[in-house]
Design a protein around this ligand. Sequence first.
Ligand code: AKB
Length: 324
Amino acid sequence: MQPFLVELKMTKILIIGSTGQIGSELTMLLRSIYGASNVVAGFIESAKPQGELFESGPAAAVDITNAQQIADTVRKYRIDTVYNLAALLSAVAEDRPQLAWHIGLGGLFNVLEIAREMHCAVFTPSSIGAFGHNTPKINTPQDTIQRPQTMYGVTKVAGELLCDYYHKRFAVDTRSVRYPGIVSSLTAPGGGTTDYAVEIYHAAARGETFQSPLLAGTFLDMMYMPDALRATIELMEANPDRLIHRNAFNITAMSVDPETIKSAILKWLPEFKMEYCPNSALQAIADSWPDSMDDSCARLEWGWLPKYDLHAMTLEMLISLNAI
Ligand code: AKB
């Protein structure tokens, strides 16, 4: 059992998107908390779970765009909680907007309908991508203007509203956080605007010069994976009576730009070098997102508190990548 949870719900969990960056680590952590047999790793044929993820507990083919498949799995395993982690990340979603809508919103609608009929709680992540150019950039409030101009952002805002609707209208227990960029060493993110914050550590560990796709001064919220996983589970375990907000809470651990991360790496790897190789598509998305979010509502309503700052994260990343 993890030390951060005092009392646990008895629960049967389905994770949709269990092989992605967050899903792969969340599945293993949930299995260690709730018991391996109680956590089903949902996957699509093109991304089957491998190794420990496959061997440590039940797995089922669950394509979020296939409502029947979700319903059959929920029925078969008597699922009461769904973690919906299926999505195209921001950069890929701009390349394939129709598919991003189909998975992000069509898929979410399938999950919510099944949750309504079969009485499941639902976690669906939102993102810093749910904000746009006319949102206050510094200390972005919990409740503020949300007019994103990316398909990723459109699906995130619409998803937040849809989840709130299902909670108010049908009493489905929907909860969500706005994830910042998530930094981790195990599964690569793939297709996000914040991916550079993972890739920079890999380049440093390989002794390579990092080509930064985002310019100096592009500040974005970030978080180390263990904090992101803990936030997710703590929110799902939170006392519902204390939740004024639900979909979705701002959460953050640090606000950094490429130079800040470089400086943190240089403390351990003084030879590390970085060059700028701007990617205009990624830069445009990043420029439309907040520099730093205000996560005081999450702190107040369910006790959110990050443990990793940039330096603690950098040390662990470099150790886990065998760089120091
Ligand atoms: C992305 O960059 O698309 C994601 C996110 C911040 O939602 N990592």
